[in-house]
Design a protein around this ligand. Structure first.
Ligand code: C5P
Length: 227
C-alpha cells in the first residue's frame, strides 16, 4: 500500500495513545509517541539536576541527551543515552515538569527534528506511520496525509486518566486528576512555541461517547479512503 502519514493531536486523556497504537497495529504501520520524547528529555533534565523552570539551562542542554524511539505500536520503547525510560517517564515527577521543558524553543527544535526524520524514514518505506502529539498537524508534519484532532469533555478525560493511574477512584482523586489535566492543557495551549492547536485541515473527533474500538474503526476508515 501507499505509505500514509497520519497526525493525531489533542489534549491529554482524549485517547490519543490508545487510538494511535490501535490504528497502527491494525494497518501494520509504524507508531511514534511524541509526548514520550518530551517526557524522556524532561526525565534527563531532572536527572542532571537541571531546574525545569530555568529556561536558559534547559535550552543550553537541549542537544545533549541521545533519545531513541522504537516505532512498533505493539511494543513502543524509548531510551535516553541507552537507558530504557519507558516506566519512569510516566511518573508524577516527569508529568509535573514536562510542560515547562517542552515550552522551551530549543527543546522543540531538537525534538521536532527527531520526529521529522523518523516520519520521513517511515514514509519512505512500508505502509507509513501514525504520529501522535500536540502540534503534529500544525507544525511537525503540516503535509500529513490525514490529520485528526481528538477531543473529549474534561470529566471524561479525567475519569480515563485516573483509571490508567490505578489506585482508589474517589471524588478527591478524580478532582485532582482533572485539575492536573486542565493545568497541563492550559500550559500546552498557551505557550508561544508551537502550542497545542487543531490544524485547519484536521478532522475533529469527540471521543466522549465512543468506545476505543469505534474511534479506531473511524480512523482506519479515513486512512483507507486515502489509499
Ligand atoms: O502526550 P503526553 O501526555 O505524554 O505528553 C506530555 C507532554 O509533552 C504534554 O503535556 C506537552 O507538554 C508535551 N508535548 C508537546 N508536544 C507534543 C507532544 C507532547 O509539547 N507533540
Amino acid at each position: 500500500p501507499t505509505p500514509v502519514v497520519v497526525a493525531i493531536d489533542g489534549p491529554s486523556g482524549t485517547g490519543k495513545s490508545s487510538t494511535s497504537k490501535g490504528v497502527a497495529a491494525r494497518l501494520g504501520m509504524a507508531y511514534l509517541d511524541t509526548g514520550a520524547q518530551y517526557r524522556a528529555i524532561t526525565w534527563w533534565m531532572l536527572r542532571q539536576g537541571i531546574d525545569p523552570a530555568d529556561t536558559a539551562a534547559v535550552a543550553a542542554a537541549a542537544e545533549k541527551p541521545e533519545i531513541v524511539s522504537g516505532t512498533d505500536p505493539l511494543a513502543p520503547t524509548i531510551t535516553v543515552d541507552g537507558t530504557d525510560v519507558s516506566a519512569p517517564i510516566r511518573g508524577a515527577e516527569v508529568t509535573g515538569a514536562v510542560s515547562a521543558v517542552s515550552a522551551v524553543p530549543e527543546i522543540r527544535a531538537r525534538i521536532t527534528g527527531l520526529q521529522r526524520s523518523i516520519a520521513e524514514g517511515a514514509a519512505a518505506s512500508g505502509p507509513g506511520i501514525v504520529v501522535e502529539g500536540r502540534d503534529i498537524g500544525t507544525t511537525v508534519l503540516p503535509d500529513a496525509d490525514l490529520k485528526i484532532f481528538l477531543t473529549a469533555a474534561p470529566e471524561v478525560r479525567a475519569a480515563r486518566r485516573s483509571g490508567e493511574l490505578g489506585g482508589p477512584q474517589d471524588a478527591a482523586r478524580l478532582a485532582a486528576t482533572r485539575a492536573d489535566l486542565v493545568r497541563r492543557d492550559t500550559a500546552d495551549s498557551s505557550r508561544t512555541a508551537s502550542p497545542l492547536a487543531r490544524a485547519g485541515d484536521a478532522v475533529e473527533l469527540d471521543t466522549g461517547d465512543l468506545t476505543l474500538e469505534q474511534v479506531v474503526e473511524r480512523v482506519v476508515a479515513m486512512i483507507e479512503e486515502r489509499r
